[in-house]
Design a protein around this ligand. Structure first.
Ligand code: AMP
Ligand code: ZN
Ligand code: ZN
Length: 410
């Protein structure tokens, strides 16, 4: 009798524990710390992130795609595509054919799937029966029901960070048939403080510590969960930050006086659409005055930029040298007060534009330090972890990143 009871007890335990803690199901939490530059981890103020890295993967840096801005890069991370291919070519850009702007703070446009190409990971996951969730991610609020995660939130800049983590944990505590296996979550702190006070300020250090505490809170909360051993966590950032100052500005209107030119964006990159008849003249004028910036015709932009294919990229692209700011200001008005102490958007290969990539959990090697990883390679990495087929025609390559996984995943 006792043996039967014992047998029943063990069977019940196995059935319950396998449905509560299904070890064969991977979980991935993808955490973005906006503007968290690669070297912020070397300031001795990030104990949680550093000890997490020691038990997993730490990349020297994480290379963004050009332009090193928030929206293009978050979408590159989840699609494995360069902005020229996924369509979010900047935080704001104009479609002259339809006379409409995409702007990151215009929710009508950010939710309209017509701007987005490629397949975000949550769509690939859904096709394979994997439930996904997101607590904020650029491109996650698309109205097309196939193009957003199963659970997602409308962006609220002021949502307390701990609430975001608590919600992620509550999603992980849902019954298995409702529980997301892929969850992304976003924190803006280091980006905001980096712009306002610069990447070398006491204020950014406080911001770095704040996010490190949030990382600790998330990791502790996961540790308290029954199936913690199935959970992988990736901490990454979309780009870095460099010091900018009012004495390093280029007023484009001091150089081109053609008032028929359409000029888009400012700061590290400007896109210029002159009238067809004056394209050469405007290009030549800019070329002759190149000083702390470089002008390219769209088709001559070096291929490493990966920024020519999209039809909404203007004919001329002006890229400022690191730390310099392009402005468009009528000569009478001052613009110096508008230059922040830090910015990003510059060439993706400058290390100031590089972010972080740390990963830990059952899928990853432990105590492994690698060189620079590329953000377009995260999508194929996720597909590999979940053993699902990636969408074709992506720019990312599994071969460049696969070595960070434990052998059994290869
Ligand atoms: P930037 O530094 O200009 O490249 O963009 C950073 C800003 O993007 C943050 O301060 C947020 O306000 C904003 N942002 C980030 N994610 C979202 C989102 N999902 N929806 C709307 N705005 C966002
Ligand atoms: Zn950003
Ligand atoms: Zn920013």
């Amino acid at each position: 009798m006792n043996t039967i009871k014992h047998f029943l007890f063990i069977s019940l335990f196995l059935i319950t524990s396998s449905s509560l803690f299904p070890e064969d199901r991977p979980y991935v939490i993808l955490v973005s710390f906006d503007g968290f530059r690669w070297d912020y981890l070397n300031r001795d103020i990030t104990p949680n992130l550093n000890s997490f890295a020691q038990n997993g993967i730490r990349a020297l840096s994480f290379r963004p795609s050009f332009p090193s801005k928030t929206f293009p890069n978050h979408y590159s991370i989840v699609t494995g595509m360069y902005p020229e291919n996924h369509g979010i070519i900047s935080n704001s850009f104009y479609d002259p054919g339809n006379s409409v702007w995409y702007r990151m703070n215009d929710t009508v446009q950010t939710r309209d799937s017509k701007w987005y190409s490629g397949e975000p990971f949550w769509t690939t996951a859904r096709k394979n029966g994997i439930i996904t969730a997101s607590f904020f991610w650029p491109g996650s609020e698309q109205q097309d029901s196939l193009r957003h995660p199963d659970y997602y939130k409308h962006y609220d800049h002021y949502k307390p960070y701990r609430d975001r983590v608590d919600t992620v944990i509550s999603w992980l505590q849902l019954p298995v048939n409702k529980r997301p296996q892929f969850i992304s979550v976003y924190f803006h702190d280091t980006d905001s403080y980096g712009h306002e006070y610069g990447p070398n300020s006491p204020e950014i250090n406080e911001s770095i510590s704040r996010l490190d505490s949030i990382a600790g809170y998330l990791l502790d909360s996961i540790n308290d969960m029954g199936f913690k051993d199935s959970v992988n966590v990736i901490f990454l950032s979309d780009h870095g930050m460099t010091e900018t100052s009012p004495d390093k500005t280029i007023n484009i209107l001091d150089i081109i006086e053609n008032d028929k030119c359409k000029i888009y964006d400012s700061g590290p990159v400007m896109r210029i659409s002159p009238p067809e008849a004056s394209l050469n003249e405007v290009y030549n004028t800019l070329k002759k005055s190149e000083n702390h910036f470089t002008v390219y015709r769209k088709e001559e932009l070096p291929s490493y930029y990966h920024y020519s294919a999209h039809e909404l990229i203007s004919q001329l692209i002006v890229v400022a040298d690191i730390g310099w700011s392009l402005v468009k200001s009528s000569k009478r008005k001052g613009y110096e007060h508008r230059i922040s102490k830090g910015n990003h958007g510059y060439e993706k290969d400058h290390t100031d534009m590089h972010g972080i990539f740390l990963a830990g959990g059952p899928a990853f090697k432990t105590n492994y330090q690698t060189g620079t990883l590329w953000n377009i390679d995260v999508y194929p990495l996720l597909s590999k972890i979940f053993s699902i087929e990636q969408s074709d025609s992506i720019d990312g390559k599994l071969e460049r990143i696969e070595f960070i996984l434990k052998e059994r995943n290869n």
